[in-house]
Write a protein that binds this ligand. Sequence first.
Ligand SMILES: [Zn+2]
Length: 246
Amino acid sequence: MRDGECGAVTERTLELFRDDAYMRNCEAEVIEVNERGGIVLDKTVFYATGGGQPGDVGSVGLASGEISIGATIRVGGDIVHVPFENQPAPPPGGEVTATIDWENRHLLMRMHTATHLLCSVVPCGVTGGSVGPTKSRIDFDLADHILDKKHLNEEINRLIDENHNVETIWISREEFDAQPQLARTMTVKPPADAQRIRLVKIGEDVDIQSCGGTHVLSTGEIGRLRVGKIENKGARNRRVNIHLEE
Ligand SMILES: [Zn+2]
C-alpha cells in the first residue's frame, strides 16, 4: 500500500523485496545485532512494517541452527529483524540465510494488491488503511460520493477476473512532484528526500499510485474477494473492509 518509505533504500541494507516480492530467502551478512537482539543484515527479503502492511515473520538461519523472527521493523534507517525472546544472537560479520514465512507473505501480497483495486473503484481520497493476511481495510473521505457494496463487490471481482498485470515503475522526484495524483493517501507521502519514487501500476488504466509495499504480479492471483462491512467514521468518512474468500 501507500508507503512512507517509497523509493527509500536503507543505508546499510539492500532491499531485495522491492524489485522481487517473490524472493523467499537470501544469503546475507550480519552487520549488527542491537542491544535488544534485533538483527541488521546487508541485504534482506523481509519487508518492514510500513504503509499499512505488516512486516514479515520468518527465520534467520545459522550453521548452528535457526533464529525465529517474530517481527520486522524500521529503526532509524535500518530494517531490523526482531527475534522471539531467548534465542541465540548471530555473530556480527557472520553469514546467514534469511527466510520469510512465504504463506503469510503471499496472503499479504494478495491482500495488499486488493487494496489498490478497492482504491481504483472508489473515486475518493484515501485517509488510511491496513493490510492483513485475510482481511484489510481502506478509509475514504467520500465527500458526497455514495458507496454501493454490491457494486464494489462486482467491480473488484471483475478486475480480478480480468487478470491485469501489476508493474513496478521507478520515476524521478521531479516527475512525481509534477503529478500529485500519484500519492493516493492524503496523509502518507514518500519521504521528502527520496530521489526515486516507486509506483505500482495495475493494467493500462486500472490504478497507479506511489507505494513501497509488496504486490502480486497479476490481479488474478488475488483470488475471490468479498466486500465486508462499510463502517461510518464520521460525516464524510467511511471504512471499507475486504476479505479473502479462500
Ligand atoms: Zn501497494
